[in-house]
Ligand binder design. Sequence first.
Ligand code: MN
Length: 136
Amino acid sequence: MQLTRNSIETARGPSDWFTGAVYIDALAAPSASSRLSANSVHFTPGARTAWHTHPNGQTINVTEGIGRAQRRGGPVEEIRPGDRVFFEPGEEHWHGAAPDRFMTHLAMLDVDEEGNNATWGEHVSDAEYTVAPSSP
Ligand code: MN
């Protein structure tokens, strides 16, 4: 058993990987044979990830606010608390807040053999981001 007290500082999402202000609280980190990585990711209005992929896929579960998510070639989807999205391994996608709302999601994935959690691409442009989302 390893108890980690509430002592890990909230991290600012790096600007290479995100547009806008994003804050990350680490929930679980890979160690030994466990590949599980879990974070609570807080997006301020308009903030979003860059385009990226995950080697073993990723599940996000929205806990607060209203957000957006899109896979390459698919519609922009509005996502709300309780909504769960699974991105397939290697599927290019982005996720973030709605333009005028905060959004928090849990992000869960298995890192690969080298400990990598994602491969990052270009930022999501304003033109890509401002497309009207599909209604739930
Ligand atoms: Mn992702």
